[in-house]
Design a protein around this ligand. Sequence first.
Ligand code: IFM
Length: 463
Amino acid sequence: MTDPHSHDPSTARFPEEFVWGAATSSYQIEGAVRADGRLPSIWDTFSHTPGRIHRDQTGDLADDHYHRYPEDVSLLADLGVTHYRFSLAWPRLQPDGYGLLNGAGLDFYSRLLDSLLGHGIQPWVTLYHWDLPQSLEDAGGWPRRETAEHFAAYAALVHQRLGDRVRHWTTLNEPWCSAFLGYAAGVHAPGRTDGAAAVRAAHHLMLGHGLAARALREQGAEQVGVTLNLAPVEAATPDSEADRDAARRVDGLMNRIFLDPLLRGAYPADVLADVADVIGGEHVRDGDLAVISAPLDFLGVNYYTRLVVRRGDAPGSGGPSPWVGAAGVESVGRGLPETGLGWEIAPDGLYRTLTRVWREYGPLPLYVTENGAAFEDRVTPEGRVHDERRRAYLESHIAAAHRALAEGVDVRGFFVWSLLDNFEWSHGYAQRFGLVHVDFETQRRTLKDSGRWYAEITRANAL
Ligand code: IFM
């Protein structure tokens, strides 16, 4: 890599080949959920279940990207990004989760790829961003081993048809959310609250990654990786042994439960002990960890905030939690400014995450595959969106990534979440992350000030 020279946040230059991108995911933007043979995913079912989503909103229309992708690709070109990270909807490509691919679904992604390449934008494809075909959930979902095998078969078929135009493949986005928000806390699809199922799901997601990565490599895929959502975890009171133990547990259940099998070929012993009351290790078969830990071409890191935790006064109370094996642990704030989702703004946490992964699990190429912030936005009568807080958030996080880079961490790219305001899962359309404002009544797109600013950064290749 080009030497990025010393770190000076006011003039931080990036290596010449640095990847600048924007990211989205299928269910959050595409809409057209019943078009051309697509069948429901777990998110269609979940969002249509009353009480699950803010104002019972759904992704039925979302940004109507399925029909409006040419405009969205033009917006990407305006942003000057070199890469676009998006996900393929499994239920659009393989409506039941197995069997032949759906030609109309392939045609859509084929048109999108051609349009991107025609604008000089490289596609960065994620195979799974949470929209499991409902029929696979009905058969048992991620807690069932066969789902991993179906995922690998889907990956192989998709690569056969689209692989000629895609260099970078990400198997999974944020398996922590799929497993622990979906199967333990029940706040994401499929909405189950079963700790043992969540741990099994986490393993089968990892296995699915490993099997899919192997299938992609066998077919000659150039760059294969996976994206994790990672965060440093601090004890609220560092002098408190109970809080330090809470931090160790949450770090284990969020970060190390994925990093260790992927990059060290074993689950951390303390995490296995923490979940032992909930589940033994019988779902992990001989050979699984070798499949999961095959070398990665890159690791994607999604970062939004860091976690500060304490041991709560009433272990186990407070309803379903994602922290299987850390009952009673609570998140606390430090009084920092927050984004619209109540996430404290802590850019230093990105620096700490990148340097930690590099030090403890590297060397390996890292990409920040998501970073961004939700804030309320308003379109002025002049047609502008003055989203200074989002711009400042991004600037501070890009500077944090540069700081890690300048210290020798192999950070190769940065993707803003998100290109467009979109369906923010259980928050529906109430939280806007876009560089581009979307009026959900009219589908009108408006480049925000943060987007204008980002376009300067991508073109200057410097902060
Ligand atoms: O919108 C999500 C995305 O789907 C996954 N990463 C976090 C984003 C913001 O919550």
